[in-house]
Design a protein around this ligand. Sequence first.
Ligand code: SAM
Length: 130
Amino acid sequence: MLIARGVPERSLVLVEYSREFCKLLRARFPAAEIIQGDAYAIGASMPGWVGVDPLEAVVSSLPLFTRPDEMREDVVARSLERMKPAAPFIQFSYAFTQPVKPERIGARLEISPWVKRNLPPARVLVYRSA
Ligand SMILES: C[S@@+](CC[C@H](N)C(=O)[O-])C[C@H]1O[C@@H](n2cnc3c(N)ncnc32)[C@H](O)[C@@H]1O
């Protein structure tokens, strides 16, 4: 979808935990940078160059509710630190509650209406630095 909307494939950095999924992603998106690692360890498992130039956006479908509040806050807050001012951290969510309370990390949050054509219905949460 991102590529179909005009984002150059070579500008994508894809972070995925599963080795098998990474193989598929490498085959399907040869020009993108595929990093097999833990997205929560944004400092430790990412190459140093990720975020040296501020990131334009982060698109996440991490299952945030499988982690404690502090880890969720940390992954969003540390991503925002590596992004251009007001750049979006976009998170898909099936939950009724917010996975990260924006005031806990000094961010702003916009929440889309429920996308009912998605199964299960989901919302899109957009965090930006305040
Ligand atoms: C809901 S799936 C979304 C898959 C894909 N992005 C999509 O939209 O179809 C969540 C993905 O997050 C990956 N994942 C879960 N925890 C992760 C972590 N700590 N670091 C990186 N990837 C993780 C899973 O392996 C899984 O592929």
